[in-house]
Design a protein. Sequence first.
Length: 143
Amino acid sequence: MKIFTIGYEKATQAEFIARLEAAGVKRVIDVRAVPLSRRPGFSKNILANSLAEHGIDYVLLKALGTPPEGREAARKGKHDVLERVYAGQLELPEAMMQAAQMIDLAKEKPSALLCFERDPAGCHRTLLLKSVAPDATVEDLYV
């Protein structure tokens, strides 16, 4: 299974969608706990509608997002704390169910995990894939 990851931290919505299209992504799997954004065009409903206009599906798997303590650790560059907090998140029943759903969705069509951070090394989406899809081929898309 191949899965893409993408962060929108420094992107406009148009640049973001163009990058997805260039990579052949047909589904965005949003793994934000809070699918809202101060960046124009990246809140859940606006993003889903814009993606649909380009033939890209949108799915929110909120339980795969990072809890507040983990988001704070990520902002402060405390990756060890983020790892610990996120490992606990992935043990929750809803997160386990949504992780299985994420894998099924990614097998159906080319999919990209979405979060804010541009660099996947500082984002929970890398931790997610290492934990629940260690054998997946991962391609990080940069905008």
